[in-house]
Write a protein that binds this ligand. Sequence first.
Ligand code: SF4
Ligand code: SF4
Length: 332
Amino acid sequence: MSHILIIGGGVAGCTAAMELANSGVQVTLLESSERIGGKVRAYGCKATDRCNNCGVCLAAGLWDKVEQHPGISIMTGSTLKDVMGAKGNFRVLVDGQVGRSTLAGFESIIVTTGFDTFSSVSSGSVEHPVQAGIISGYRLEELLAGRDKAGILPEAPSSIAFIQCHGSRDIHEKAPYCSRVCCGYSTRAAKVLRQYYPSADITFFYMDLQRVEAGSYFDTLQKDNIEFVRCRPVKIIPGKPAKVAFEKPGAGGVTERAFDLIVLSEGIHPAADNDRLAELCMLGIDENGFLKPVKDGKTAGIYLAGCASGPKRIEEVRAEALTTARQLLAEI
Ligand code: SF4
Ligand code: SF4
């Protein structure tokens, strides 16, 4: 029976693992943190009175299925230290919960190590979500996941600001690209906030907006009394309340507005471990720091899927993982 090693237990890794294991392939899933599921495991549903297509439930039940599948061995708290051999018979050195071990006999390896959030990699040149009233988009996801009928936040806010492109489209943060996901999750989160806090002022400060859904998506949000202010990058002034200082192009001067809650819509950054992984797995690094293949998977036996190779939405990650697993199945 073929044996595949998957490095990374997020949506991509778990999706590929299920697809392979359901076809009778033996899978070992290596995850550096203490549980599989990656960041998406902490994300909240963004339905209001209807589904808002955030994609989070594409992973519903996935973690349990992976944990219970007899064909998948999960090694959490485990880090890849070395890769030896070649396609058809890879051996790897792993630092795990019971020390260092060598695993052998892998036909191929799929790298699905995901991404880092801006708040986890930020260089200090912009404000950090360290004090009450300023939170990251990731923290908002956690709050949405934990919401109940009583509310999302400890106290009902009267004003909420979203700061778009936080840490993205920024050459100083080595992230000149669009992260592709933050317009989607933040505007969907705003719909949920609007439902819970109907009288709150909700304002988006943005430089650019990514198409989220077909049709007049942003017009609909504006009709729901969500304001969009196009401006140059804002400055956040910590305090109680925290303020947003912004300059509208052509308007002249800087305006300051206070908000009860400021959400930093952070995006997708290359994982800090990418350079090391690239060297171990014979992969390359692209101009933004994401992993890229050097040889095709069929030749090298090393495949890539998910946000390890760049920003992707959940549905794109899932589709790519399925495609990769099916490609592998066709080759073994
Ligand atoms: S998790 Fe997202 S896609 Fe699923 S029901 Fe909720 S809003 Fe819809
Ligand atoms: S998805 Fe939206 S918020 Fe995120 S970087 Fe792109 S334009 Fe900016």
